[in-house]
Write a protein that binds this ligand. Structure first.
Ligand code: GRF
Length: 213
């Protein structure tokens, strides 16, 4: 994959969409970051696939459009994703952020946002992709864990890595205590990466992402 982040017109803030399925603490970190003066991006829509996702409420509380797209209303995955792309295109979304999105995305969506969709995952990829990454880390007995922000591609938690942050794994960690330590890094890192994208400082070269400092 090769691509360049679009450099926004001076003064215009990058239009960001967020996909979230649950709690939405990463969404909240992004929403909070966008309130800082000079932050170069704004969230224009949050889409959830679960009606009771707290993320929907967080979006509304921040005055951001919250859209529940019910999988049951669509015949199959491509039909769902086509509706998703249509909604995002209509809002002129320039960058997508997957913040705890639990639904597999088909090529209909992935191709539409190639090089323009970021995912966050609570492990140091390529270790421990998929569900319950923190539990996988504990089961492997690793001493260092962490989080990754990467561009999304057709794979599960694959795609060019933009940023990673590590945390120690402690002797008495549970899945919850480790997840909480990793989350602190997630909340710091995701808004930072969005800023880099918005400032046109990310370039994808094959599997690698170059960051212009
Ligand atoms: C985070 O750990 C994220 O890395 C993973 O799912 C979790 C979502 O948490 N993909 P939240 O909904 O942002 O609180």
């Amino acid at each position: 994959m090769t691509g360049h982040a679009d450099v926004p017109v001076r003064g215009a803030r990058l239009r960001v969409g967020v996909l979230a399925s649950g709690r939405g603490s990463n969404l909240q970190a992004i929403l909070d970051a966008t309130r800082a003066p000079g932050y170069p991006a704004q969230v224009v829509i949050v889409v959830c696939d679960r009606e009771r996702a707290p993320a929907l409420e967080r979006a509304r509380a921040a005055g951001v459009e919250a859209l529940f797209l019910n999988p049951k209303d669509f015949a199959d995955r491509p039909a769902y994703d086509a509706a998703l792309v249509k909604a995002l295109t209509a809002r002129r979304v320039e960058l997508m952020c997957h913040a705890g999105w639990m639904r597999i995305l088909s090529p209909v969506y992935i191709d539409a946002f190639a090089g323009r969709a970021l995912n966050i995952h609570p492990s140091l990829l390529p270790s421990f992709p998929g569900l319950r990454a923190q539990r996988q880390a504990l089961e492997h007995g690793v001493k260092v864990a962490g989080a990754t922000v990467h561009f999304s591609d057709e794979g599960m938690d694959t795609g060019p890595i933009v940023a990673q942050a590590s945390v120690p794994v402690l002797e008495d960690d549970t899945e919850d205590t480790l997840a909480a330590r990793i989350l602190v890094e997630e909340h710091r890192m995701f808004p930072e990466v969005i800023r880099l994208f918005a400032e046109g400082r990310l370039t994808i070269e094959g599997r690698c992402v170059r960051v212009k400092r």
